[in-house]
Write a protein that binds this ligand. Structure first.
Ligand code: FMN
Length: 302
């Protein structure tokens, strides 16, 4: 799923928002589902139809899971989940004349972990291609734990294909979810997959443990990401450094010392610091992380 595009009333969002989903930018990528964030079903339908007609996408996702207070305070993202009437009228407007499939990414509720009970009737009226559930409330943001029992309850009430999302950090956790909910349409992994790029492959491949930590592959993964940002991001070094430092925030789990990277002020400093870490004394800490409770993969990233 691509990062969300905010809907705009009565017109298309600025073109910069479409950059990430242009087909020519994604020729070698996994299949992408564009995602819209908004509260007006008519706006959603118009923009979704534009993305379908002009860019060729067959499915558009509606984000009603974003917990950011700047989003929820305007009744968008997870902020709409406390208003069953608004969800119902959104769906009616969005689905009338929609030329592509609709899928949804949602949380359990805005403030309450049972807000969803009031939404199920509306959701069941529409042939939604897939509903991805992150079983927390918007208010929780990322606090506490994903509530698997609430997930099970909501899933059982929906007749749609359902995907699970939340707190999968190890291959064992992913396998456990798949074993308990054997008819899941998919698993969505966020932070765990950024921290450990091999995690999805480890779950699919049933690897219990990585025999050897493949540092050159990690370095290549980093270099690919960095080079792609350098080639595509507008606005100079600042946004590139911002994106890469965000990733290193996750990689601090297995990299011994990322302070120098996080303090780098320009791309030259960044490259020096990452070289020190990725081609330096990384072996022990990365090996400990990837070969213990966090199975990764030997050299799947070739
Ligand atoms: C930095 C960041 C950006 C995110 N952006 C989106 C987004 O654009 N659309 C979306 O549906 N979810 C987004 N999410 C939420 C994730 O898809 C996911 O629901 C959340 O991280 C919980 O899953 P996890 O425990 O596997 O990380 C984002 C999460 C993070 C941490």
């Amino acid at each position: 799923m691509a990062p969300f595009i905010p809907t705009t009333h009565g017109r298309l969002p600025p073109l910069k928002y479409f950059k990430d989903i242009l087909p020519e930018s994604n020729q070698e990528s996994l299949p992408i589902i564009p995602q819209l964030l908004g509260k007006d079903g008519n706006d959603f339908r118009e923009i979704a139809n534009f993305i379908h007609d002009e860019l060729g996408y067959q499915e558009i996702n509606w984000n009603i899971g974003c917990p950011s207070p700047t989003v929820t305070s305007r009744g968008r993202g997870a902020g709409i989940l406390r208003y069953p009437d608004r969800v119902a009228s959104f769906l009616e407007a969005a689905c009338t004349g929609l030329r592509c499939r609709l899928s949804i990414k949602m949380r359990l509720g805005s403030d309450r972990d049972d807000d969803y009970l009031e939404l199920v009737d509306s959701l069941r009226q529409y042939p939604i291609a897939e509903i991805t559930i992150h079983p927390r409330t918007g208010r929780q943001q990322y606090e506490g734990q994903a509530d698997i029992e609430r997930f099970a309850d909501l899933k059982a009430r929906l007749g749609h294909p359902v995907a699970y999302n939340g707190d999968i950090r190890t291959a064992a956790q992913g396998s456990d979810i798949c074993a308990r909910f054997c008819d899941l349409s998919s698993l969505m992994i966020g932070r765990g997959a950024v921290t450990n790029p091999w995690l999805p492959a480890a779950i699919v491949g049933g690897w219990s443990e990585l025999e050897e930590c493949n540092l050159p592959a990690l370095a290549r993964f980093h270099d690919d990401l960095y080079e792609s940002y350098c080639a595509t991001m507008e606005g100079g070094a600042g946004p590139i450094l911002g994106k890469m430092k965000e990733v290193w925030g996750y990689w601090a789990t297995w990299a011994p010392d990322v302070k120098g990277i996080l303090k780098s002020r320009n791309l030259g400093e960044y490259e020096d610091q990452t070289n020190k870490v990725l081609r330096g004394n990384l072996q022990e800490s990365a090996r400990a992380f990837f070969t213990s409770s966090h199975p990764a993969g030997s050299s799947k990233y070739e």
